[in-house]
Write a protein that binds this ligand. Sequence first.
Ligand code: 5GP
Ligand code: ZN
Length: 127
Amino acid sequence: MPRQAAGYWERTSVADCVFCRIASGEIPATLVHSDNQCVAFRDLNPQAPTHVLVIPREHITSVAVATPEQEPLLGHLVRIAADVARREGLEASGYRLVFNHGPDAGQSVFHIHLHLLGGRRFAWPPG
Ligand code: 5GP
Ligand code: ZN
């Protein structure tokens, strides 16, 4: 991904946000959880046997711009990810939760999403 000016992620709007359209049901996805604050669905290009994205219904472009008022919502995403992991049978074998922000982390969708990855061994530190 090319280098871009700091703050570019704040310019991504709801209108052209693929994850807002998944949350509203406009774009189909394989949902594994839905509530009034978030939805979780399977990644289109899975990097592990289980690869689920947990997103807030609210359009927040990145963890970098989340506010103190949004802390409970971010906590909710983490707790739901753990619930989904348990249902996927990953609690004993383990799993990884990841938020990517910006170019070095490879963020490609500018609506907060928590990756839940499991079902295989992951390298640490990440490549
Ligand atoms: P990022 O690289 O921004 O952390 O992760 C974005 C993720 O969203 C990628 O793993 C990508 O495969 C996934 N993704 C992008 N567009 C779609 C989509 O339309 N549907 C689903 N299910 N996943 C998507
Ligand atoms: Zn959005």
